[in-house]
Ligand binder design. Sequence first.
Ligand code: GLU
Length: 395
Amino acid sequence: MVAELTGMDEQTKSLLARPERVEQTELSIKVGEKTTTLPAYRVWHNTARGPAKGGIRFHPDVTLDEVKALSMWMSWKNAIVGLPFGGGKGGVTVNPKSLSLAELEQLSRAYARGFSEMFGQDTDIPAPDINTSSIHMGWMLDELEKIKARKEPGAITGKPIELGGSLGRTEATGLGGVYTIMNAVKSFGITGRKVAVQGYGNVGFHAAKFLADNGFKLVAVSDSKGGVHNPDGIGPALAMKAKKDRGSVKYYPGKEITNSELLELDVDILVPSAIEDIITKKNAHKIKAKLVVELANGPTTSEADKILGEQETIVVPDVLANAGGVSVSYLEWVQNRTGFYWSKHEVWDKLKLVMDRAFSEVYNFQKSSELSLRGAAIALAADRIVSSMKARGWV
Ligand code: GLU
């Protein structure tokens, strides 16, 4: 599990190794004429610091083990950025691209019903993740509020603005990632500005956009269908247009490349923003970027992480780099609970403070230790969680 948890007694270690609560069910929805059942999960890793918080993904590869791992990463992430939340995660094993909008609505409502007893602003607060967005959160909130027979907008974040969503939430993971990239570039003295972004969903697209806005040179982007390399620079909005109109960013002018070729390009900064386990022991030694900033959750396997460490590639870990999303989820939850709403720029200014502080805490801790940035981030998080567990008398 987590080599960084050294010095911790066995009881605490085993409490952190296992999730606190695991629920699974089968959701039935009508697809065309047929009723289909889909496995669905919701896991709380640890709630010592506050209600469980974390997204829900719809993906064919979702398994219970994956959701458990993702819930643990949410515990670390929430603690690193100092949010009063524990870690949670949910998922449905489904290919959402094969479902119509009406079927996705059925699925979202069925998910909210299936786990309604867990969800609430003081218990467990879901949000979007891979293949889910504000539209799904809107359906889920509506279903949940019907069951609870009251309005409770703080029970779900990343929801539509019309239902109490926060301005600036959609862009938050990408923007928070760019604040982190700017901190890393400064702290580690990275001089080059050439960037490759893998993944062009909500996170990858917004990262690309804010990178370009801040003077970085986007030279390669990709999505699940393939990628493009253009040393003259790629316009993020036009790449999105290629994806919308023709099905993939690979149709953007330039040389068509595969996802694995993108990882190995001669760039200064590599930003994996799609799925898990794409940097492995097979390709880690081929990575030329000096800085890898993980905007996806879990893109680097532990073997690859070791190789990157040995070749002195700096890796800013997911639990720090992509925490901008949940940080604005927290701001959304605060706005819902107080009924007082901020402008987009107020939200983004607060996000910057959160990301800058978390980066400098992890960076300073790493400098004073033998740990990698990931090791330092997790050790810091675990320490905060254990303090809360102690204060509760759990350990
Ligand atoms: N799914 C996002 C993540 O992995 C956001 C979670 C949230 O806002 O609760 O961090």
